[in-house]
Write a protein that binds this ligand. Structure first.
Ligand SMILES: NC(=O)c1ccc[n+]([C@@H]2O[C@H](COP(=O)([O-])OP(=O)(O)OC[C@H]3O[C@@H](n4cnc5c(N)ncnc54)[C@H](OP(=O)(O)O)[C@@H]3O)[C@@H](O)[C@H]2O)c1
Length: 313
């Protein structure tokens, strides 16, 4: 099927990517961050790309609703960060907020920032690696190698999406260590685009595939930390509205991924560690299928085929 065609209905991508029988495009009771069962009281949350888009309307807003003790916002635009701060204060005046202006590609600044976070709030409990950019689109031969590799409106996509995520995760892990005293969660915001082949989008899709697989490495190397790659659905943010042919499908609310991130940060979600989760999926069904997910190593990146059968025994 040509997945870029305009003849699909607006739920087509959700259906194509549906792992659970029920799917959602807006907050539903099980992930409602205002439910006391999902309370994030006592926790410090760090959100990259907290200045606008999902960082603001999805993750910052939802963790404020879930009564997080403190939310630390990281991004480059101080003006936009101030607006997210205001939103958090309006939602929940008792959540402390701190904004730090930084480019996540700057490893030294990222390290220094986490030292400051620790000094002020202690060791953080949840990291949302959300900052990302959408590189230039075009077929492999349409672009020159530097456009494909990194440059889109002077934003370095592979640097931000992959190296930036690595920098921030490394600085966070330096704080938590491999055996944190408190339950600790890393949510890497990936995309369903990371495991589909959408013509002209290889520059972006490959960064998201890298993030999904990076999450599996985190689980392997830091098994006491729950690391999940989360597809936030399709949301009309600055990025979401920049791919014109996708606009008719952009019907998910920001609250859907925010609520799912809060749910992933609550209780024991180790069965999803190292795996890919789409915000559209029904979390109750994920819980119900816990054994199957672990036994069959589902929701992981793999190469299809029958391997090992040709080897003489
Ligand atoms: N929207 C969707 O439908 C959708 C679907 C699938 C996946 N995603 C993923 O969701 C995440 C958020 O997307 P979005 O739609 O909210 O995008 P967006 O509206 O364009 O926001 C991107 C955020 O990333 C920050 N950022 C970019 N470069 C940065 C850098 N070098 N250092 C620090 N922060 C940086 C931006 O802040 P500053 O400009 O202030 O630095 C901004 O806060 C991305 O990882 C994206 O790939 C989105």
């Amino acid at each position: 099927m040509d997945i870029t065609t305009n003849e699909l209905d607006c739920d087509s991508y959700v259906k194509l990517d549906a792992f659970t029988r029920k799917t959602y495009r807006d907050v539903y009771p099980a992930i409602d961050p205002s439910r006391p069962e999902l309370s994030q009281a006592g926790k410090v949350i760090v959100i990259t790309g907290g200045s606008r888009g999902l960082g603001r309307s999805s993750f910052a807003a939802s963790f404020a609703r879930a009564n997080a003790d403190a939310i630390v916002l990281l991004a480059r635009s101080s003006i936009n960060l101030a607006q997210t701060e205001k939103l958090i204060k309006d939602i929940n005046p008792s959540t402390q907020v701190s904004s730090i202006t930084l480019d996540i590609c700057d490893e030294a600044k990222v390290k220094d920032t986490f030292d400051k976070i620790k000094d002020r709030f202690g060791i953080p409990h949840v990291l949302i690696n959300n900052a990302g950019v959408l590189p230039a689109q075009g077929t492999i031969t349409d672009q020159n190698s530097s456009q494909w590799w990194e440059t889109h409106l002077n934003m370095l996509s592979k640097e931000v999406n992959v190296r930036g995520t690595y920098n921030v995760t490394k600085a966070f892990l330096r704080m938590t260590g491999p055996n944190p005293a408190n339950p600790t969660t890393i949510i890497n915001v990936t995309s369903a685009a990371g495991h589909i082949v959408a013509q002209g989008m290889s520059a972006y899709c490959l960064t998201k595939l890298a993030i999904t697989q990076f999450t599996a490495f985190l689980k392997n190397e830091y098994p006491r930390i729950t690391s999940v790659s989360l597809h936030p659905g399709m949301v009309l943010t600055d990025m979401g509205s920049s791919v014109l042919w996708l606009e008719p499908f952009m019907r998910d609310t920001a609250g859907l991924s925010g609520g799912t991130a809060v749910w992933l940060s609550t209780g024991d979600k180790a069965f999803l560690s190292g795996r890919y989760v789409a915000a559209n999926w029904d979390v109750a069904e994920l819980e119900m299928r816990k054994e199957e997910i672990i036994r069959d190593n589902l929701l992981t990146v793999c190469l299809r085929g029958r391997f090992g059968e040709m080897v003489a025994r």
